[in-house]
Design a protein. Structure first.
Length: 127
């Protein structure tokens, strides 16, 4: 029983850590939405082979085409007046942020419930 509670805490903590990292990358993408030439960062997830815990996979750059912007006065504009913007879509980033937040909160609730169960178990054992 004790190992199951500890495992539950480990799984919840790993989930929170992974979602926090995901939120960090989403925040970077949003902050760089107007940065010319910026490629959106995409994070993957995987289960650790030894423990089965969720862990972040490699972060890769989204290879979707960059937005071509027309601004002849921009210092990066070419002879036609265009330059490469970013490939960040704010709607997608906001949706990813909400999903990561909800997943983080679910893991936090699981962590808190497991902590409460552990506390109740200790209270019973002290009697």
């Amino acid at each position: 029983m004790g190992n199951d509670l500890i495992s539950s805490l480990s799984f919840a903590a790993a989930g929170m850590e992974t979602q926090a990292m995901r939120l960090r990358h989403v925040s970077e993408n949003i902050a760089n939405a107007d940065t010319p030439g910026y490629h959106r960062k995409v994070m993957t997830f995987r289960a650790a082979m030894e423990t089965g815990l969720v862990e972040p996979g490699p972060v890769r750059l989204d290879r979707k085409d960059l937005t071509r912007l027309y601004d002849p006065g921009h210092p990066l504009a070419d002879a036609t007046g265009h330059y490469d913007g970013s490939n960040v879509d704010l709607v997608i980033e906001i949706a990813d942020a909400r999903e990561a937040q909800r997943s983080y909160e679910a893991n936090l609730r699981m962590f808190d419930q497991t902590r409460q169960m552990t506390q109740s178990l200790f209270d019973l054992l002290r009697r």
